[in-house]
Design a protein around this ligand. Sequence first.
Ligand code: LCS
Length: 403
Amino acid sequence: MYLDSFFTFRPMKKTQSFHTKTVHAGVDLSKDHGAISSPIFNASTFAFPDAEQGSAIHEGEIAGYFYSRINNPTQESLEAAMTTLENGEASIAFSSGMAAISNVLLTYLKSGDHLVAPESIYASTSGLLDYFKSLEIEVTFVDATEQENYKRAIRKNTKVFYMESPGNPTLKLCDIEAISSIAKNNKINTVVDNTFATPYNQNPLNLGADAVVHSMTKYIGGHADLLGGVLVGSKELVEKCRWNINKLFGGVPSAFTCWLALRGIKTLALRMEKHNSNAMEAANFLEAHPKVKKVHYPGLPSHAQHDLAEKQMSGFGGMIAFDVGGVKEGRQFVNSVQLCTLAVSLGDVSTLVQHSASMTHASVPKELREKAGITDGLIRLSVGIENVDDIIKDLEQALSTIN
Ligand code: LCS
């Protein structure tokens, strides 16, 4: 028998630095028998103490585990960590980023409601919003770089302002504070996809947003070995989402996925430091290169919203987009990289490149793509944590093959 009572729960202090939080968040020695690494609870079901308590746990009236579609101790450790990192009240983890996005939106929206979203976002998110139209949820896509466009789009039935900042793949920003303030004045909920920035560089809840979502598949996991998502927000929102929506939809992550994400979080700050500095150097190199028409990186003074980036982000992230001309040049570039890997997804320790018009945004009609700034020659670069000189050498040799 292990002396569990020896360990007392040590809550994270709000004043602790982000680096410290990433290492300790979610670790509860009192709950996990003193284990420094959260155990993987591979249990689908949990015993009830008796019928009365079982009934109360089953209905969510008292805390406890009963079935891993609702909650699981490993999932709860991950949720505690994400709540700490995003300064929220509560979190719920999902089997993918798309599960997080669809769940939070369906917690807020029903048929007859209206949502406003950026025209330039991750293609499957636009696809989901298009699908919502078939459920009679109205959707308006706007140029989200202008906060006034959200205001102008408000209707009587507007319930959600959706943001993705920086946006995938154009690196366009939303002014989270200004748009959240317009929303509050009009009793509208705000949801921010913080996948590109990560909580290391940006905390939307501190800027007034109601809810944050992540594809944990990216920087939170960090090693291209898991699919996961998370929603962070108020206790009320998260519990509504858990009990009213995801209990029925079932988009839960496995305990092993949660454990991988928890392990990723421990090095999030260290990795992001390197992603940020490598991306800044790579962006400067690309901007000076004669074969590159345009570089989109929030950390460059040439970025149209650089001032906003400086205001709402503490670092500019690891994602860069740049234009090499047209489809032919874009494909030539991605076919020529040797160190960088031609792959979709992002946020991995290794550098990934993709040609948006052929890959992530191939399903978006050309005129909509162009309207959103996804030009034919746009390359998206997820800068890894390798030695930056090696990354730049590879970019240089791949650019030299374009004629
Ligand atoms: N939000 C953003 C900003 C994303 O980039 C992605 C995936 C998602 C949500 C969805 O997350 P998932 O369900 O895949 O965990 N982005 C991808 C991309 O750019 N290439 O492959 C996936």
